[in-house]
Ligand binder design. Structure first.
Ligand code: NAP
Length: 488
């Protein structure tokens, strides 16, 4: 079927015991339990799975199950199914720094293995603060939690704060888990449109041919958010947009849009071509950081009702953390020689929008595409249902270089990012996860920017809340004779 996400094992039942470190937390309740419930409803999780939620607070199984059901409030109203689903959940009070607690965890997992006949398969999910990732992995090893089934470690961002700290973290994880057992989440790689990009490119040969320096004027990747830091000021003070969005999500989207055609549509082949993209990122000098990257921090909005970043809870009143980044990334390979990849991400922008704009030049007419055409892939908030050609839906655009003739239901049945990534984990497929060698290159790239910025004091705040970001972000493109396609 053209372009459809591979339907491999989409409804075949899987077996595993999940151990969720941070099972009482926000991520688990907002993302993991709803995703698992949808997999339960579609039969991917059925009789042979169990979930152990662990955290320090002393919850009972019953109370934990009631929180799981509560987390499904907006997902379904089938109370019977939700109650049946919650019977697979068990709570173990556990401090991740205490070795004895891992023994209790191991015994409970073994018991549930027998009870639910899960084939000794284990998924260890780190829904916990990053400072604990290494500790948990090391205890899984030292207390002998790994089994003779499969053992997969799922790790949330952030994966380190720099190249060096990412190396330290990786070393501590790989004492227990091999690279093929580690699933580094980047939820943008679970988003429908990002997953479809490869298929869309491979099935539309003219479009694929046009993705080349001969025909592309520039690429633009925007991940804007309308919210501020909300209650995550403490975390944000240690991160900033550069680490929180550019190093991972934006870089992975560059990988998906810039990679060469893979030999096959499987994990090894796709990572092989993606890896080459990150290896080809053109190194930046400190001067180039100043010329090609812009940082910003939001102030109040025009009405004074929205707080400036520096007034947010748990934020330093003189904070120099950036809430906005725009930049020009270039590559040293022939395909993308001289093509700017403009990237942009910020908080408190006018709207939430995640999009890729491919701006062609006039030579693209050689391929039968109208000169200066722009193709936009909308990742959010439309949840993946839209491709625009010059701002209108591709089906109405009267250009046929992108089409899906065999499948008019192309966009039906798309799964939420966490659901789709959970299936990959259960299948042992790393296709939509970040590999260690990719991360090393993206950290090295971003570290140069961070170091240069840490040497200079910015003049913050420099954009008002609910605006498109600092003027310098527009000037960055104007210097090259270009403009942002999305101007909210
Ligand atoms: N929330 C999101 O949308 C989101 C998005 C992307 C990535 N992440 C990442 O996901 C992870 C979890 O984030 P979150 O927002 O869910 O955090 P959270 O709501 O603060 O949850 C943290 C969890 O860790 C438990 N915990 C804390 N200290 C512990 C200890 N010493 N031993 C055992 N358990 C402990 C907490 O329960 P107790 O206090 O009872 O121990 C709680 O269940 C973080 O790495 C975060 O960066 C989160």
């Amino acid at each position: 079927m053209l372009g459809k996400r591979s339907n491999k094992n989409m409804t075949t039942e899987k077996s595993a015991v999940f151990i969720i470190f941070g099972g009482s937390g926000d991520l688990a309740h907002r993302k993991l339990y709803p995703a698992m419930y949808n997999l339960y409803k579609s039969g991917v999780l059925k009789d042979h799975f169990a979930v152990i939620g662990t955290a320090r607070r002393p919850w009972s199984d019953d109370y934990y199950r009631s929180t799981v059901v509560d987390s499904l409030e907006d997902v379904d109203d089938d109370e019977k199914a939700m109650t049946e689903f919650s019977k697979h959940f068990f709570y173990q009070s556990h401090d991740v720094t205490d070795s004895d607690h891992y023994i209790a965890l191991k015994n409970l997992a073994a018991k549930l293995d027998d009870q639910f006949d899960t084939g000794h398969n284990r998924i260890y999910y780190m829904a916990i603060a990053p400072r604990f990732f290494g500790t948990v992995a090391e205890h899984i090893n030292s207390e002998g939690l790994k089994t003779d089934g499969y053992n997969r470690l799922v790790i949330e961002k952030p994966f380190g704060r720099s190249f060096d700290s990412a190396c330290d973290l990786n070393s501590s994880l790989t004492k227990t888990f091999s690279e093929s057992e580690i699933y580094r989440m980047d939820h943008y790689l679970g988003k429908f449109m990002v997953q479809q990009l490869t298929d869309i490119r491979m099935k539309n040969k003219t479009f694929e041919k046009a993705l080349d320096h001969k025909y592309v004027s520039n690429m633009q990747i925007t991940l804007s958010e309308s919210l501020g830091v909300e209650d995550r000021g403490g975390y944000y003070e240690t991160a900033g947009v550069l680490r929180d969005m550019i190093q991972n999500h934006i870089m992975q989207i560059i990988g998906a849009v810039a990679m060469d055609e893979p030999a096959k549509l499987d994990s090894d082949s796709i990572h092989e071509v993606k890896r080459a993209v990150f290896a080809n990122l053109k190194d930046l000098t400190p001067e180039e950081v100043d010329q090609n990257f812009v940082r910003g921090q939001y102030g109040e909005d025009a009405t004074g009702k929205l707080k400036a970043y520096r007034e947010e809870d748990n934020v330093d009143a003189n904070s120099n953390i950036e809430t906005f980044v725009a930049g020009k990334v270039t590559m040293s390979n022939e395909r993308w020689d001289g093509v700017p990849f403009y990237v942009r991400s910020g908080k408190r922008m006018p709207a939430k929008s995640s999009r890729i704009d491919v701006v062609f030049n006039d030579k693209v007419e050689e391929l039968g595409i109208k000169p200066n055409t722009t193709v936009t892939f909308l990742i959010e908030p439309e949840n993946g249902s839209s491709i625009l050609v010059n701002g209108i839906d591709y089906q109405s655009a009267n250009q046929d270089f992108i089409k899906f003739p065999e499948d008019s239901h192309y966009f039906d049945n798309e799964r939420e990012a966490y659901e789709s990534l959970m299936i990959d984990i259960l299948d042992g497929d790393q296709i939509h996860f970040t590999l260690w060698d990719e991360l090393q290159n993206t950290w090295k790239y971003v570290d140069v920017i961070r170091q240069q910025w840490d040497n200079e004091t910015p003049d913050f705040p420099n954009y008002m809340s609910k605006t498109i970001g600092p003027d310098a972000a527009s000037e960055l493109l104007e210097k090259d004779g270009n403009t942002w396609v999305w101007d909210a």
